[in-house]
Structures are given as structure tokens and as C-alpha cells.
Write a protein that binds this ligand. Sequence first.
Ligand code: ZN
Ligand code: FE
Length: 256
Amino acid sequence: MSELSIRQFPCLSDNYGFLIHDPASGETATIDTPDAEHILAEAKAAGWTITQIWNTHHHFDHAGGNAAIKAATGARIVAPSYERSRIPGIDLAVSEGDSVWLGNVEAKVMFTPGHTSGHIVYSLPGENIAFVGDTMFALGCGRLFEGTPQQMWASLSRLAALPDETVIYCAHEYTAANARFALSIDPDNGALQTYAAGVYAKRARGEATVPTTVAAEKAANPFVRAADPVIRARLDLAHAADAEVFAEIRRRKDAF
Ligand code: ZN
Ligand code: FE
């Protein structure tokens, strides 16, 4: 492992900003650009200069600060090729399987459609971390604005298949609301009960519940547990396809 430093801070109403810094090369990337001024101030406070912007998808709370950060720093904009027409000023358009480098630190691009049609995740296998944008949340997942339940189920399943210890950096602090919903779907799950109690306690202290881990989400997040027999029985979907079970959970969340 390298000496990669990660600086996480709240942005806008419920986003997180993430800066990652590689001391060996001096490079710094911002994962998405929810609030340009705030992100530039955080970089300055750390003594870092942003050299790259890594976008997960085109939504304003993820790419809205691109132009201002590029104007201030000259950073190169790395963004999903699938959303090329919707993210202005891309310098490097990336697709499934591509590698992006921060110095000698490699991020692999995973195509994870569902929330938007061209959403990508940056997985850093050498660091055991992944920046998942609005695909997976702690105890939740992104709304299906552009993709189908089948697409989102496949995307979440790929994230759940990363090594258990992978640290998952998602883009929003939605966890307490997600926990209340998750308990409505899977009330007898002890891992979920413990996870939820920890989340409420952290929020009461004003602490972040992000990042999470693949292991924690596999044990408690109903959106990645559509194959679980207890959840299926509760939803009366014992014989449905996993993606259909996922779709029903997502529908219930939208109406919760
Ligand atoms: Zn979004
Ligand atoms: Fe978002």
C-alpha cells in the first residue's frame, strides 16, 4: 500500500467531498465536485493542489463544480465516457475496465448504471477502497433515475463482490433514514439492528456514518440482500428473480 491520504468533509446539504492525495507524486484528486469553493478551501487547508477531478456521474451535486475547480487549478477532468455529452470539458473519458492513475496509485473504472445511465465507480484495489458515488449507499442505494432495476441490481452485485474488507466511500449521508427503512424490510436481522443502533448514535454525536465496508453492507443492506430467503419470504417473493426482489425493495423505499 502507498501512503495515500483521504480527506472527507460534508458538502452542500448531505453530500460528502473526498480529496485523495498521493504524497509520492504530489498529486491530488477530488472525487466529484459538489461545491467548488468548499473543495478548494479543503485542499488549501491540507496544503494540497488538486491535479485531477474524478467524476462518477453527471448530476449537479457531483459535476457542478468541475469548471470552477479546473479554472482555479488546471486539474484534468476524468469522467464517464457514457456521459460525455452531459459533462462539459472532459479531458479523459473513461469506461469499464480502464485504469486511472494518481501517481502510481491505480483506480479501476467500473461501469455501474442504474442511478444514471452512465454512472461509474472508482475502485482502488491496491488500497482496498472504492468511491461509489450514488450507486451504493450505507444501508441503501441510489434512486433509479435513468436505469432499470436489473441494471442497478447487477451494479450493486458487482460492488458486493469486491473483497469484504473494501472500504466503501459513498457520496451522501443518508444512512439514518436508510436504516429506518431497512428495518422495515428486515426487522429481525441482528447485524442490521446493531448497525442501525451504531448509525443513530453516530448521527446523534454529529459524526459521519461514511465510509462503510462491503462486509457490513452484505450483512445489513437490504438492497444487496435480495437473494436472502428471509427477506424474500417477508415480501412474499420467495420464487421471484433477485432483480425483481430488488425492484420491490426499491419501490417500497421510494414510497417510504
Ligand atoms: Zn446523483
Ligand atoms: Fe448525488
